[in-house]
Design a protein around this ligand. Structure first.
Ligand code: S3P
Length: 411
């Protein structure tokens, strides 16, 4: 079974912490990123119990967090950093947060600017627009923010600060990003609406505990979709995968490449969910661009590998955001696919891959990026020769059982 969705698991803990009563979360992702979120809220006095994939969050309401005794540790998690900053901006206590070396180089100006516009006293401690961040108490007011990037982390940060601001807070994005915050906050009782690429929220709702069943993560399913499409004579049924339209671009791209994927048992369990039947397909190149990009941004490492095995040329553009993920994914994909013998060229906002070359095993540097490690592990099952992945254990961030699952499929 594909592990729970990372984005949704984070949000369930965060919103459950701000709601009154006991929120039960099932199929929670026990990846290191989501555990960082749990640790941060425990440090602010929230009782959170874990029983395998089931998590109970005993929320104290919107104003029930306590000042943490130490700097909050967000680990490797960009989602924790950016969403929690919006919540911290609304608290009447001072807080500081920091993470690992990757987090300390990721851009935070994108949240510092709108939070300061709302009246927040948030600063980058080393004045380099990165973590560590310091947030002092202040009275927030609502804004209408025109976001320069399509980023659910930025949008969610502002909407969460909006829970504590005077008046309405809105965010307009150039292209819609994943909308899990909007769906789940509404479910908890927030007054939140969406129209086109604008999401708006009103302050001071009474949030009430809910049950959240987390669907399987389509970003984790992507590795098995790719393995199923490229491994000769295979048919794989991947059960319980979230197919929210703001996240399902991987399915569209695979179809455009000629993939045989059937959606079965489509249902709505708070989030749209389905089982995916994937059969070996002969793939050809495609263009991945525009509004599709935010719907598959985390799947681009896997798509690049698919493209290298496909016939013809694949062009990926409008994806400059790849440079500021857990690694510079344009550079790292180009470096590693080149080592395997692929014909690939990086561009400012994506890459061009001429597929169908003979690929071979290589020493792959994950750059401690979980999605690079998993995409190239799949590539390793498909090419000749041995594949070695440096720091491959970083899959723990989003999919601790990944190698076991991949191995069990191959045997
Ligand atoms: C996430 C949003 C995306 C994604 C990340 C998780 C989220 O980042 O890449 O892995 O949970 O909101 P951006 O919204 O910044 O692109």
């Amino acid at each position: 079974m594909i592990p729970g969705d990372k984005s949704i698991s984070h949000r369930a803990v965060m919103f459950g912490s701000l709601a009154k009563g006991k929120t039960k979360i099932t199929h929670f992702l026990e990846g290191a990123d989501c555990l960082s979120t749990i640790d941060c809220f425990r440090a602010m006095g929230i009782e959170i119990l874990r029983d395998g994939h089931t998590v109970y969050v005993n929320g104290n309401g919107l104003h029930g967090l306590k000042a943490p005794a130490h700097m909050l540790d967000v680990g490797n998690s960009g989602t924790t950093t950016r969403l929690i900053s919006g919540i911290l901006a609304g608290q009447n206590f001072k807080s500081e947060l920091n993470g690992d070396a990757s987090i300390q180089s990721r851009p935070m100006k994108r949240i510092i600017t709108p939070l300061q516009m709302m009246g927040s006293n948030i600063t980058s401690i080393h004045e380099n627009n990165c973590a560590p961040l310091r947030i002092q108490p202040s009275q927030l007011h609502g804004i209408h923010y025109q976001s320069p990037v399509a980023s659910a982390q930025v949008k969610s940060c502002i909407l969460l600060a909006g829970l504590y601001a005077e008046g309405k807070t809105s965010v307009t994005e150039p292209v819609i990003s994943r909308n899990h915050t909007e769906i789940m906050l509404k479910h908890f009782g927030a007054d939140i609406t969406s129209e086109g690429t604008t999401a708006s929220i009103l302050p001071d709702p009474i949030l009430e505990a809910r049950e959240i069943n987390v669907p399987g993560d389509i970003s984790s399913a992507a590795y098995f979709i790719a393995a199923g499409l490229l491994t000769p004579n295979s048919e794989i049924l991947i059960r319980n995968v979230g197919i929210n339209p703001t996240r399902d671009g991987i399915l569209q791209v695979c179809k455009n490449m000629g993939a045989d994927i059937t959606l079965l048992n489509v249902r709505n369990e708070g989030e749209p969910t389905a089982d995916l039947l994937v059969r070996t397909s002969s793939l050809h190149g495609t263009t991945v661009e525009g509004a599709l990009i935010p719907t598959l941004i985390d799947e681009i490492p896997m798509i690049a590998v698919l493209a290298a095995f496909a016939d013809g040329t694949t062009v990926i553009r409008d994806a400059a955001e790849l440079k500021v993920k857990e690694s510079d994914r344009i550079a790292v994909i180009v470096e590693n696919l080149s080592r395997m013998g692929a014909d690939i060229e990086g561009t400012d906002d994506g890459m061009i891959i001429h597929g169908g070359k003979q690929l071979h095993g290589a020493i792959i540097d994950s750059h401690l990026d979980h999605r690079i490690a998993m995409s190239f592990a799949v590539a390793g099952t498909l090419c000749d020769g041995d594949m070695e992945i440096i720091n491959g254990e970083c899959v723990n961030i989003s999919y601790p059982q990944f190698y076991q699952d991949l191995y069990s499929l191959a045997n």
